[in-house]
Design a protein around this ligand. Structure first.
Ligand SMILES: CC(C)(COP(=O)(O)OP(=O)(O)OC[C@H]1O[C@@H](n2cnc3c(N)ncnc32)[C@H](O)[C@@H]1OP(=O)(O)O)[C@@H](O)C(=O)NCCC(=O)NCCS
Length: 328
């Protein structure tokens, strides 16, 4: 049997605390009206003081494993797509493995910014197709509010969350049909956390210069995102022999409603076939797509057999897409 990876369990977790646009009006020079019209966001979830990425990851993993009916001992690998891991090392995948008691699993974190989850799905699919692994837990988890400069107006864009999927082998054609990845390191300067790595290790100077926060050139990211997300979606459709007309649900990365709309229109996909939850969650980076999967599945917008297209763009620049049959 030729096989591919199918999603057999999905879970999501959003922290309880919610900040709405009016709360942000009190923090930075912005307005509810500007945020709604220029980004489509109304509110975002913010992590509690005593939580970190692995806590969100754990809370998203439990329902995904339960839905899949899988024991944690059956997991061959855990892949966590994140740019806001608990520590620079060890990897959040290791912290999660320990907490889940997944004694037989390998694992690692994957850094591809907001394209992390779509990239991680391609890795899981390759492991399963090759016969090297059977059961994987893949997450998109980010806590961007921990690296957000709350004196910068761009702070309105970000929220925290985690989404998890469990993948197991399914017959070819019934799970992930195609994936696409691309990076352009030349765009790296436009979306970067400059401090804290080996280039600019943490020092008084890096703190004073606010180098541990997200530094972003919004318009460069915006243009790249529209171009990259369209390219990636068209590439997976072409690879698998489909057209945008065949897609039952587009689940795009949620960075700005205007980016989603521009991508959707270029793909000629009608609004009812594009998933949007940006108004309630803002940009949760690698988490937007798996959190979207969970909501779309729970609310009946995703049904068994549906053709689903993901597409994402983020720091790197990195962009990626997957085309899959929904199999739960
Ligand atoms: C950041 C972003 C929302 C800014 O929107 P924009 O339409 O490009 O806004 P501009 O920077 O052109 O600024 C337009 C006006 O809004 C103002 N403005 C910018 N941010 C603002 C904010 N948060 N609140 C209120 N006003 C704001 C500007 O000062 C400017 O005012 P002016 O016309 O009086 O000069 C948009 O570029 C974006 O979403 N980029 C992609 C970001 C992203 O996806 N990042 C994560 C990676 S996936």
């Amino acid at each position: 049997m030729t096989r591919c990876a199918g999603i057999v369990g999905v879970g999501a977790y959003l922290p309880e605390k919610v900040l709405n646009n009016l709360d942000l009006e009190k923090i930075v020079d912005t307005s509810d009206e500007w945020i709604r019209t220029r980004t489509g966001m109304w509110e975002r979830h913010v992590i509690a003081d005593d939580q970190a990425a692995s806590d969100l990851a754990y809370n998203a993993s439990k329902p995904a494993l339960e839905m899949a009916g899988l024991d944690t001992l059956d997991l061959d690998a855990i892949i966590v797509a994140t740019v806001t891991s608990d520590y620079l090392f060890p990897a959040t995948a290791c912290l999660l493995q320990d907490r889940l008691g997944a004694k037989n699993a390998g694992g690692f974190d994957l850094s591809a910014g907001c394209a992390g989850f779509a990239s991680a799905l391609s890795v899981a699919d390759a492991y399963i197709r090759s016969g090297m692994m059977e059961n994987l837990l893949v997450l998109g988890v980010d806590v961007l509010t921990r690296i957000t400069d709350w004196t910068d107006r761009d702070c309105v864009l970000f929220g925290d969350g985690a989404g998890a999927v469990v993948l197991t082998p399914v017959p070819e054609g019934e799970g992930i049909l195609a994936s696409f990845l691309k990076v352009d390191g030349g765009g790296g300067v436009h979306l970067i956390q400059p401090g804290g790595g080996s280039r600019h290790p943490a020092s008084h100077e890096t703190v004073e210069k606010r180098m541990h926060y997200i530094h972003m050139s919004g318009q460069d990211v915006f243009k790249g995102a529209v171009r990259g997300m369209v390219e990636a979606a068209l590439a997976v459709l072409e690879k698998a022999g489909y057209t945008p007309d065949d897609v039952n649900l587009l689940v795009p990365h949620q960075a700005n409603i205007r980016i989603i709309e521009a991508v959707r229109k270029r793909l000629k996909i009608p609004p009812e076939r594009a998933f949007v939850n940006i108004e309630r969650q803002a940009n949760t980076s690698a988490a937007t797509i798996p959190v979207g999967f969970e909501e779309a599945h729970r609310t009946g917008r995703l049904k068994k057999g549906d053709l689903v297209c993901t597409t994402a763009f983020g720091a790197g620049f990195a962009w990626a897409a997957n085309l899959l049959r929904w199999c739960i």
